[in-house]
Design a protein around this ligand. Sequence first.
Ligand code: GLC
Length: 667
Amino acid sequence: MEERESTRSAWRSGRRADGKQALIAAAALATAICAAPAWGQSPPAVDVAAWPALPPQPPTDPKHEAFVDGLLSKMSVEEKVGQLIQADIATIRPEDIARYPLGSILNGGDSSPDMAARVPAPEWLKLADAFYAAARERKGTYVPLMWGIDAVHGQNKIIGATIFPHNIGLGATRDPALIEKIGEITAQEVTVTGQDWVFAPTVAVARDDHWGRTYESYSEDPAIVATSAAALIKGLQGEVGTPDFLGAGHVIATAKHFLGDGGTNGGKDQGDTLASEVDLIAIHAPGYVAALKAGVQTIMASYSSWRGLKMHADRALLTDVLKGRMGFAGFIVGDWNGHEQVPGCTKSDCPIATNAGVDMLMAPDGWRDLFAAMVREVKDGTIPTARLDDAVRRVLAVKVRAGLFEKPRPSARPFAGKFDLLGAPEHRAVARQAVRESLVLLKNAGSVLPLKPGRRILVAGDAADDIGRQSGGWTLSWQGTGNLNGDFPHGQSIYAGIEEAVGAGGGTVHLSPKGEFQDSPDGKPDAAIVVIGERPYAEMKGDLVTTSWSAMHPEDLALLKRLNAAGIPVVTVFLSGRPLWVDPELDASDAFVAAWLPGTEGGGIADLLFEKPDGSRPYDFRGTLSFSWPRVADQVVNVGDVPYEPRFPVGYGLTLGGAPAAQGATP
Ligand code: GLC
């Protein structure tokens, strides 16, 4: 899959694929074909009656239906096909809409207006207006565009936005009300810059921590995923059935990636999920049931396969189960050229995916040729008219429900252009609360925590003063790399938060990533806070061959041991997108905090590490693991296993007093 990634990352950085890239893409396609069932092999059998049955979701509205019928009757084949294709802003310009009546655009993780790096917020809103105008001015039947963006932990592509903890940390909060609030704030900050659709929440149930997208999952426990995802959708879209639903300041949400993306063999991104149908239903489906009940409007198909069949081609699961049995009345969007991985398909020609039930193809770069191919395939019957009209009806219905036909240009909508909402103090306060509630205290020997702020504190570790590192992937860039603290005008590093807390207490702080200190009576630190952990990554770039941290980064264990040997109490703050095997690091620490990927509010960590100068403790640890922590390197262990023998179980977490963290403690 590496070949595929280099093609994709080349594309995401806006470089056109050259001959070499085309060769790489061909190799990737060959890989995909090999992963497919052998030609003629029948797809895995599905017992539709075994799946959860739900009434049509979102509920249909006769007014909307009539409006959609009227539109459909006026639309040409080209206009209908256009609604089923989504292009990336790296390759489409507003002026292209006149000829290509596409229904949607997106910006992939590395795409931005004019493909510039660090584009200021007003430029995003300007581009949204330009595309809106292009759709308005096009001759023919007017259908508004939808602009999709990966706002997966806040409006994370935009400079100044509030960046929340990634889902793995939110799962540890067990606080749906907080997650709903995060959804509301995210939706508001998205509308500030003119987008109307977010590709969130991920409802993956990650079952193997080698997977590079584990941090996008709330939990290995489907019940935690279901509760958390429903809360985020409610915050993003508003409560289904109320006047607030898809109203001002709300956006269209996406449950992704259907189905079984977190269950692939070996945790390989875009790999093959071999689970039985019973386990697919019990483990990977509950998040979608909750999302449907919360009124989610779109669902994204997964790159992964189920038992050898690519999800983008799995008609039984996409159409018979999701749209039929489970009553999904929104639309299914494909993943980024996900259709290309279907045997017999290319990025610009894939009737198999459309006929299987993918309603809108995410075609970042092949959209022109795909448009021509789909028009041809509708006219020659390869894509039946009934399938075309069903897909278009679904897309139009979502646009009608979201009020897009009535809404004015993006910059005239509520919250649009109110750039001071990006990283507003009240938004940051919620993010800081989320950081506090997400932290899980795994060890606190001798009650070394909380620390007194009036002491001499050494802050060590190469992740201590790096807002990009503490935010992880999907932050300003696709991989979350290349970011400097200056790129986060409304952020605070973990070190800066500690400096603030200690300063208030009259203590002293010394920052030394390598942990150097004066070994003298008045130089030796009273305690060392060592911030270490994973560097940012996204998707397949994060797949691991081992989960042993000391095997990957022995330098961190050496640092902990050296401080420990000097008799300095060591508090380790571990940044990771997943549980990793850290027994040696735990042994070399007096206290150990699983901090996940906390986002821009690094101060939330100091809130829990220090008591106040007056000795009060306004906050306590309340986070509990939503993932099992491994006992040995590369152990794949999940709640429900028999026997179940993790190092720390789901639900584990200490308070400062040493008692188990009770949910509902001081947030
Ligand atoms: C990516 C991801 C998906 C994301 C999409 C658009 O490949 O799989 O989660 O929403 O492309 O960026």
